[in-house]
Design a protein around this ligand. Structure first.
Ligand SMILES: Cc1ncc(COP(=O)(O)O)c(C=O)c1O
Length: 392
């Protein structure tokens, strides 16, 4: 049999698009291989390394604990520690037995969609939003319904918008607060209304809180205060700067926990043991001090970069309140943000992500800039882009 005949590809793969940011990163590495300096503002992780107390806890655990599989739901001490974090930080009582520790919030998303979606069920997502969401839905045979949102709703979905797009097939409405790529938040009142709508329709609200902790000026409130029928995902990746450790969690309504446990046992066996032991140190006051200091640093970067981008001719119609992204309207400068991102990379040595990654609603008008580098590097990036655009 010839090779072309042997190359069978599942039909679902027709829906899976490349993660554009990874392609930009590959191009950035090529530019670097030519000996040129690239300022990386494309990837969703800051330059901070994992806080010392977490690394030390991992080292101690490796020396003193057997690294066997843990329960598929995660180490009970860690589930208790997360429950305590909800009590201390949010004043919300979330029993540890509703918390499932996962391989990053990516696994939490897969588990949540896995227990909720039947083939052809629809998931309401904002457009723009984090690209993997729609691909998880496709992988499970569901249908992502991308709802175009813009500055008028702070790039977020609210109950009024969701109701307009609701169909008899809608099973989940999902929001991320703060959002990737826009950094904007959903208000607690909007969460209450979305939860009520989902209840009315016999469906589910899923809230991605992975950027909680990285908000500037106001502390986020968890959607868990709006009812115990809401699915919430979170992660150690962003606030605790543990992206590569692959650890997150899911808070599920009580009746789903056993079902999620079965799925997690089969898909993953258990989350990483060493990462879980390390994560126990996340809630140590010394770690909190470090990550809070870094939050202040990110805010400084945000405050520098927004006006600097505007001075270059980008528009930032809604000031982001969290995460570490600015979703800038590049249409005053170029018709095609993808071509602009490539030019900025190859000619100015600054890597940014074109809007294309985040959906189909005016992606050509936007680029996402991650303020994941120190202010001095951001200043250099602005100067280089300015020179390219003939502004400075
Ligand atoms: C909005 C959002 N959700 C989920 C994830 C997945 O993160 P992780 O699997 O590292 O927890 C990301 C990663 O960038 C994200 O931006």
């Amino acid at each position: 049999m010839n090779d072309a005949k042997r190359f069978h590809l599942a039909a679902r793969m027709a829906h899976i698009e490349p993660f554009e940011v990874m392609e930009i990163q590959t191009l950035a590495r090529e530019v670097e291989a030519q000996g040129r300096d690239v300022i990386h503002l494309e990837i969703g992780e800051p330059d901070f390394t994992t806080p010392r107390p977490i690394v030390e806890a991992a080292q101690r655990a490796l020396e003193s604990k057997p690294m066997f599989y843990t329960s598929a739901l995660g180490l009970s001490e860690l589930r208790e520690a997360i429950a305590k974090f909800y009590r201390d930080r949010y004043r919300v009582d979330v029993p540890a037995n509703r918390i499932i520790v996962t391989a990053g919030s990516s696994a939490a998303l897969l588990l949540a969609f896995g227990v909720l979606l039947d083939p052809d069920d629809e998931v309401l997502l904002t457009d723009p939003s984090y690209p993997c969401n729609r691909h998880f839905v496709h992988t499970l045979g569901g249908v992502p319904r991308l709802i175009p949102v813009g500055p008028e709703s702070r790039y977020q979905m609210n109950a009024r918008i969701a109701r307009r797009h609701w169909t008899s097939k809608t099973r989940i409405a999902m929001v991320a607060t703060p959002s990737n790529p826009t950094g904007t938040m959903v208000t607690p009142e909007e969460i209450v209304d979305l939860a009520a709508l989902a209840r009315e329709k016999g469906a589910t609200l899923l809230v991605d809180e992975i950027y909680h902790g990285l908000t500037y000026g106001l502390d986020a409130r968890t959607a868990l205060e709006a009812g115990d029928d809401i699915f919430v995902i979170n992660s150690f990746s962003k606030y605790f700067q543990m992206t590569g450790w692959r650890l997150g969690w899911l808070v599920a309504p009580p009746r789903y926990v056993r079902e999620i446990e079965k799925l997690a046992q089969n898909l993953f066996i258990s989350p990483s043991s060493v990462a879980q032991h390390a994560a126990l140190a996340c809630f140590d006051p010394r770690t909190i001090e470090i990550v809070e200091e870094r939050r202040r640093e990110l805010d400084l970067r945000r405050r520098y970069l927004i006006p600097a981008l505007e001075s270059l001719g980008f528009r930032v119609p809604v000031v982001p309140d969290g995460a570490f992204y600015i979703y800038a309207d590049s249409s005053p400068l170029a018709e095609d943000s993808f071509a602009l991102a490539r030019r900025i990379l190859t000619e100015a040595g600054v890597a940014v992500t074109p809007g294309k990654d985040f959906g189909h609603h005016e992606p050509e008008r936007h680029i996402r800039i991650a303020y994941t580098q120190p202010v001095a590097r951001l200043e250099e990036a602005v100067a280089r882009i300015g020179a390219l655009l003939g502004r400075k």
